[in-house]
Design a protein around this ligand. Sequence first.
Ligand code: GDP
Ligand code: GDP
Length: 440
Amino acid sequence: MSPTIAIIGRPNVGKSSLFNRLVGRRIAIVDDTPGVTRDRKEAEARIAGRNVRLLDTAGLEEATPETIAGRMRASSEAAVRESDLVLFVIDARSGLTPADRAFADWLRRQPVPVVLVANKTEGRLGGYAAMEAYELGLGDPIAVSAEHGDGMGELHDAVREYLPDEDEEKSRDRADRPLRLAIIGRPNAGKSTLLNRLLGEERMITGPEPGLTRDSVAVEWTDATGGKVRLVDTAGLRKKARIEQALEKMSAAASIAALKECEVAILVVDALLGMEEQELRLARLAEREGRAVVIALNKWDAVEDREATRRRLEDTLMTSLTQLRGIPVVPLSAQTGRGADRLMPAVREAYALWNRRIGTGELNRWFETMLARHPTPLVEGRRIKLRYATMPKARPPTIVVFGTRAETLPEDYRRYLVNGFREAFGMSGVPIRLQLRGTS
Ligand code: GDP
Ligand code: GDP
């Protein structure tokens, strides 16, 4: 399903012209439903390199000025409801009208992100004319000329921010695409042994000497859950440096590279050593790169006091890795294979959460309970008014919260929202991004 973008605004601002410009020369009208939506046009378009479904809500030309606000609302409500993004068009030449303002007021209260488009800005004074649009409180206006094609690059860039990323679309299109997995961890944690275990054959050499040189080619296999997996190679797995110090450095650099490539990272922790600074650093790196993480608590066979080991790990995670709260931990022995069968299901689950999209309706029901439970704080004596939330992206889950001076929201309230989101939607161990957009 392509994301849906609605073009709305009062008559004659240039909605149809913009629609045609975005769709291109060959306008493919795929929907021309008679009745209420008689004049609504719908077409597939490429915007910012993505396929989108574009809606044009023209057809209000007959409305009298008195009824315009109401009429527009009726016709636009349906479009807004089914859209992931709205392009709100104004005519920068004629200036803002009461109808524009009424429309903007209404739009600000709708649970959908809005890109403000100031049309008809070709010519010398065009950019200047767009300035007035700031008054609408819908963020920066994008100055364009639908007729001349000016400003389209900027418009595409503005829209791109709200579209799900390409990887996400690809993975939806191709369910059989392999999951990109990184296995990270300090030298000797048991990464190679674990990989061999996952592969079910001795494809790599393992040994106790950290100086051993190993080579491997790209590995792809079908895991026990039946899904394809591709290992994003870590130099730490592929090749070991001669000097131990260099190895430490190199494996960090290799881990960073692997983390950029992967979707899920297995952090292999030597249970005999526990989660030390090095492991925490890797976990934080994974979080910063926005990856889902699963901890393989390895060498479980050699642990004497399992209860104490587990407790110690949990303490460390609680105090030092709050940004990945609820991170799954799978105790196992890569060597004996015990517990290893639980690893890939945990990876698949983390992957699913990482990919999960929450609909705007469901998200805002949660958001309202959060606001009701804890009113937003006062900043400099004024209350921050948060209006609604959207989730434009997954991989990692990204929530955008809109509201008056939202960008000034204090850190503890941001954390409250992120943790609440994690809890409500079961996003354990997944990085969560929160963006705040002031709508003034
Ligand atoms: P709609 O009613 O919002 O769909 O607006 P239209 O696309 O039908 O355009 C209304 C009028 O504005 C038409 O006469 C267009 O030619 C004109 N128009 C549209 N875009 C531009 C533009 O970028 N610059 C100028 N100068 N006129 C434009
Ligand atoms: P890497 O450097 O992270 O790839 O670690 P290796 O896979 O080479 O393992 C390092 C050492 O730990 C080897 O001597 C392995 O035999 C040992 N090892 C790996 N997994 C386990 C395990 O589950 N239990 C025990 N007791 N030893 C393990």
